[in-house]
Ligand binder design. Structure first.
Ligand SMILES: *Cc1c(COP(=O)(O)O)cnc(C)c1O
Length: 392
């Protein structure tokens, strides 16, 4: 497709021409490990990069290619790469951007395994990092070093829902020509498009909203074609965390309904947040779509809608918080997010259990903080379940 269409159209059509695939309406599943060459000479040419054509599925696969082309268009990027998990995408990108002696500036409160990876990079490879709140522009500037080769951001931050002002980050990064990487998992390209604001790389755990059906672990990276080409031949091909063709096929199916699903996630979240706010057992509500949220205006500026994730503190103790989870019936106790099913979890003992207590409390993750991934069920049923579980 040449002309760029609306987002809702591109999720269904971008990057795929059915007549190139014998008219198959849906991108076919090329469930094959390798590709035969018509002759030894063609094999030589393909390895030399002289002719187009597939070689081996770790180096490229037509189903995966459609997904990569589609997500690149959806994020407004030049190219994309597909990985076996969100963490494979994160690690491949960070290893692409750093070498021993370099420094990464990172937003505070990043995904737990990304935090673990940064510690491993420091210990084993001498790649250092600072975790910074990204609230005060001058303070952030003070953390930039001569050897800073990457600024790594999550927004909203999990699970406190704090936002990072991407325009501010880009302003700081451009002064020193430092690439900005944004983990856009919580938003998907439908709600937030960091590349349009001047960021350089976008990462997704496609496991979440992009897949949307709780049946795939996968990751994506979107950026400049020159950089994606380099990563394809190094931190993707040689480290080897490639996406399986079947997972790409499932993600292409999930993507088609992304805007429809996210509209509903967001509508449901707003209604649930309004109810939670008024409940006497809810101490604090952390939801970017509520006027009481300190960064309500920033959310309106850089996100299309405030998203489907809500965090809140309940009254009482850790025990009360766990009892509350145990009383949920329709809502499932599980980590992950962005699925059709409403999921609830207790960050202090689950996703953020590895964070030392002092750091955890400083980040705003108390013993009674709850994270809710609002699903696609009727919001009245979700609320009824929460309301009966909150009765303590
Ligand atoms: C889940 C998640 C990841 C990791 O993705 P996997 O697909 O589980 O490897 C990274 N970042 C964020 C924000 C996530 O929610």
């Amino acid at each position: 497709m040449k002309d760029k269409k609306q987002f809702e159209t591109e999720v269904i059509h971008a990057g795929y021409e059915s007549l190139d695939f014998q008219g198959s309406l849906v991108p076919p599943l090329f469930q094959t490990s390798t590709f035969t060459f018509p002759s030894a000479e063609v094999g030589e040419e393909r390895f030399a990069g002289e002719t187009e054509g597939y070689i081996y599925s770790r180096l490229g696969n037509p189903t995966v290619r459609v997904l990569q082309d589609r997500i690149a268009i959806l994020e407004g990027g030049e190219a994309a790469l597909a990985f076996s998990s969100g963490m494979a995408a994160v690690s491949a990108t960070l290893f692409h951007l750093t070498k021993t002696g370099d420094h990464i500036l990172c937003s505070e409160g990043i995904y737990g395994c990304t935090f673990g990876l940064l510690q491993l990079m420091e210990k084993n490879f001498g790649i250092n990092h600072d975790l910074v709140a990204f609230e005060n522009e001058e303070e952030v500037r003070g953390y930039i070093r001569d050897n800073t080769t990457c600024i790594y951001i999550e927004t909203p931050i999990n699970p406190t829902m704090k936002l990072v002002d991407l325009e501010m980050v880009v302003r700081i990064a451009k002064e020193k020509n430092i690439p900005v990487v944004v983990d856009n998992t919580f938003c998907s390209p439908y709600l937030q498009q960091p590349l349009a604001l001047g960021c350089d790389y976008v990462i997704h755990s496609a496991t979440k909203y992009i897949g949307g059906h709780g049946d795939v672990i996968a990751g994506l990276v979107i950026g400049k074609k020159s950089e994606m080409d380099k990563m394809a031949m190094t931190t993707l091909k040689d480290i080897g965390g490639v996406m399986s063709p079947f997972d790409a096929w499932l993600l292409l199916r999930g993507l088609k309904t992304l805007p429809v699903r996210i509209d509903r996630h967001c509508d449901n979240a707003k209604k649930i947040a309004d109810k939670l706010k008024d409940h006497p057992m809810v101490k604090t509500l952390l939801y970017p779509g509520d006027e009481s949220f300190p960064q309500y205006e920033l959310a309106k500026k850089q996100m299309r809608y405030p998203g489907g994730m809500i965090s809140f503190e309940v009254e009482g103790t850790k025990r009360d918080a766990q009892d509350f989870l145990n009383r949920c019936k329709l809502i499932k106790i599980a980590v992950s997010l962005g699925d059709s099913e409403t999921l609830i979890q207790h960050p202090a003992t689950m996703t953020h259990a590895v964070v030392p207590e002092e750091d955890r409390l400083k980040m705003g993750i108390s013993d009674t903080l709850i994270r809710l991934s609002v699903g696609l069920e009727a919001w009245e049923d979700i609320w009824e379940d929460l309301n009966q579980a909150l009765d303590f």
